[in-house]
Write a protein that binds this ligand. Structure first.
Ligand code: HPA
Ligand code: ZN
Length: 330
């Protein structure tokens, strides 16, 4: 086998942009719908799969929120997370920082505690049994209002021992980071780290706002930054991480095909990027497939792949000593 592909598979790596609700595989969705007696507009697993045909972010989100309706009990969130962790084991992902969307569940009557406890129990088991370390980041849905985000923040504060930070996701255009400036300020004062989706579909202005107003440690996606020279300089000078998700970007029409993705160009500008899967069950690719397909489409060198993997640790919320330990092994 191609030496670079072998290298990708066997090298330990971190994942920093992963929505746990986005790991709901069609077969599990179907099983849960039956178990929990939730009506879904699909008669078979194949029907679910054929609905996964997206044109942009919103067309994906509509299906993704509908899918999440089958998650009801703590064990559902545990099983969902555990299945993802087994994929991590398979891909040699040794550290993962996962997003969850509390409002997707609390808005349909599921308790915040049910969600976070299910996820956390699976992560604890993975630490012991699979040697995978992890963090949890809770995201505010940006299409909802500031008040709803404040309520969610208060719920998250009761689980501060399990949640390292807050993020911002959902429909980007029309919901700029500025809308959540005060919520993020309170989150920071409460000791949370902050990240935000910005520059996935929307222009670089959203990335500036995430940096300046939300004080984020990382930008999720950020692929629209290349149109803005001043921004590229700042991101490069300060080595601010951008959690790039190449196959997600193609599936949601941000780039027509992987060959046109700008990640190689981003690397050439010395941006702190790494490769992530975003919503692997919906986009048909976990981390290794994202790395392998990007390598092939963009003819990435082994040096470039190595850089991407090293960056995944450098950009993580691991302790500096732990980062060094992993990077030494690459
Ligand atoms: N962007 C915004 N919201 C999301 C995404 C994404 O890529 N995935 C899941 N929720
Ligand atoms: Zn995302």
């Amino acid at each position: 086998m191609n030496e670079i592909i072998e290298f990708i598979k066997k090298t330990p790596k971190a994942e920093l942009h992963l929505h746990i609700e986005g790991t709901l595989e069609p077969s599990f969705l179907f099983k849960l719908a039956k178990k929990n007696k939730i009506q879904i507009p699909f008669k078979s697993i194949n029907e679910i799969k054929s609905a996964y045909n997206f044109t942009n972010l919103q067309s994906f989100l509509d299906i993704y929120y509908q899918g999440a309706n089958v998650l009801i009990n703590e064990e559902d969130f545990f099983d969902l997370t555990w299945s993802y962790l087994l994929k991590c084991k398979n891909d040699n992902v040794v550290h993962t920082e996962i997003f969850f969307d509390p409002q997707t569940h609390t808005d349909r009557g599921i308790k915040f505690d049910t969600v976070v406890n299910g996820i956390h129990k699976a992560l604890s088991k993975a630490k012991k049994e699979l040697g995978i370390s992890s963090e949890i980041i809770m995201c505010f849905l940006r299409h909802l209002d500031e008040d709803a985000a404040f309520k969610t923040l208060d719920q998250g504060l009761r689980h501060k021992d399990k949640i390292i930070g807050v993020g911002l996701d959902s429909s980007e255009i029309g919901h700029p980071p500025k809308k959540f400036e005060r919520v993020f300020q309170k989150a920071i004062e409460s000791g949370f780290l902050t990240v935000a989706h910005a520059g996935e579909e929307a222009p670089s202005k959203y990335i500036w706002e995430a940096l300046n107003l939300l004080k984020v440690k990382r930008i999720d996606h950020g692929v629209q930054c290349l149109n803005d020279e001043k921004l590229v300089k700042k991101l490069s000078d300060e080595q601010i991480p951008l959690t790039v998700c190449p196959i997600s970007n193609v599936k949601l029409g941000v780039f027509k095909k992987l060959e046109e993705h700008n990640l190689k160009k981003m690397l050439s500008k010395d941006l702190m990027i790494m490769i992530n899967s975003d919503d692997p069950a919906y986009f048909g690719a976990y981390v290794n497939k994202n790395l392998i397909e990007s390598q092939i489409a963009l003819n990435l060198s082994k040096k470039e792949i190595k850089k991407l993997i090293i960056n995944s640790f450098k950009s993580s919320f691991l302790l500096e000593s732990k980062k060094k330990e992993w990077i030494r092994k690459i």
